[in-house]
Design a protein around this ligand. Structure first.
Ligand code: IPE
Ligand code: IPE
Ligand code: MG
Length: 234
């Protein structure tokens, strides 16, 4: 049994997750990779609720990257089906999800119906205090190029960092303080390239479907043991 909840203060307002390891989790059990995604979606739900409970202001989950289309169609289709099912659950239980939802990424690849559902969920939850970003067809490089084009289209001839940050999919949000990657690989895989400039990175071998509240507590404890210097001297 878990004892106390971790104490969160203003040093930790945004945690972002690279939810990796679903496929290997399933393979280890002799099951198709798609089953791993199903279990991974359960972990997502559990961890999102826990993040709200412990008082994080912003939480971001990397669900599908701009590069993940390279996977076999069977797997991509299974992930899209899961996404649809999840959108349906959010619509049904909208009052219970105590988050402002934001779908970040290039949504133009999704059909009009899916985009409208995402927009409706964002609009219905717009006034809420904490933000839950779900990164779908998200790539950090794509986001940067998209921001450049938006700034050009707005007629800008020169921009500063604040203008640029505002033009990203995460415009108006705080940068992540802590990025957690499960699955054992030590890389960023095109996630939040601009926003992660001074994020603390935490890697764990735990495969995403096995990730739980106590493992997040351990990552948070590790975060609070670090000294963030931002290039200065402490
Ligand atoms: C992460 O798990 C989920 C997505 C990228 C959609 P993976 O599917 O990458 O699982 P592994 O890394 O192959 O085990
Ligand atoms: C990162 O995982 C993307 C998501 C978790 C959505 P990948 O499994 O796609 O990353 P690579 O291929 O190992 O870099
Ligand atoms: Mg992976």
């Amino acid at each position: 049994m878990k004892s106390a909840l971790p104490q969160i203060d203003e040093r930790l307002s945004h945690v972002a997750f690279i939810m990796d390891g679903n496929g290997r989790w399933a393979k280890k059990r002799g099951m198709p990779r798609e089953v791993g995604h199903r279990f991974g979606a359960e972990t997502f739900r559990k961890i999102a609720n826990y993040c709200r409970k412990i008082g994080l202001k912003t939480v971001t989950f990397y669900a599908f990257s701009t590069e993940n289309w390279k996977r076999p169609p069977k797997e991509v289709n299974a992930i899209m089906k899961l996404m649809d099912r999840y959108l349906g659950e959010i619509e049904r239980d909208i009052a219970q999800y105590d988050f402002r939802f934001s779908f970040i990424g290039d949504k133009s690849v999704f059909d009009e119906k899916r985009r409208a559902r995402m927009k409706a969920i964002e609009d219905m939850t717009a006034g809420r205090e904490s933000t839950l970003n779900i990164a779908l067809n998200y790539g950090g490089r794509d986001e940067i190029v998209h921001a450049c084009n938006a700034l050009i289209a707005a007629g800008k001839k020169a921009v500063n960092e604040a203008d640029f940050a505002a033009a990203l999919y995460t415009g108006g949000q705080k940068d992540p303080d802590l990025i957690i990657r499960t699955g054992g690989d030590l890389r960023i895989s095109n996630f939040l390239l601009w926003q992660s400039a001074y994020a603390e990175l935490y890697f764990t071998d735990c495969l995403w479907p096995d990730f739980d509240e106590s493992k997040l507590d351990a990552a948070i404890e590790d975060f609070y043991s670090r000294k963030r210097r931002y290039g200065g001297v402490l």
